[in-house]
Design a protein around this ligand. Sequence first.
Ligand SMILES: [Zn+2]
Length: 143
Amino acid sequence: MRVALGHSFLTDVVRLDFLLPVPGRDVFALSHGLVAAIVAGVSLVLEIPGIEVGGAPVYGDGFPAIMLFDDVPGGGGVVARLEEPTVLRSVLEHARDRLNGSCGCGPDGSCYACLRTYRNQSLHSDLRRGLVYDYLNHILEHF
Ligand SMILES: [Zn+2]
C-alpha cells in the first residue's frame, strides 16, 4: 500500500493488527509501547537506523494496531520486508527481548534502553515496560 503521510513524500506502510485481548484495557499505553519496541526491533533486525522507521498507533476496536512506515524520502522499502513471516517473527522477538528487564527499570516504568525515545517523550510517563513485554510474549506464543 502506498499513501501520503502529510508531508511531501510517499512511502510504504505496513499495518499490524494484534488480535489478543489487552489486559486492563490499557490500549493506549500498550499501543505506544508496541510502536517503540517494534520500531527498535525493525531497526535491529533489518540493520537500519531507527530514525528511518516511523511508527504510530492506530485506534480502533479495542485491540492494539500500529502502522510502520519508511521514514525517508521516497521510502526505503524496509517495512515491506515485514510481510515475510520469519522477518516479522524475528522483529517481534527482538522487540520482546529488549523489554526483558535487563535495562534495570521496573515493569511499571520505562527508560531509554527499553521503550523511551526522543520521539515519544510526551508519553514517557505512560510507557510501561512490563505491559508490553507480557503482551509480546503472549503474541509470540500464538504466532
Ligand atoms: Zn527500561
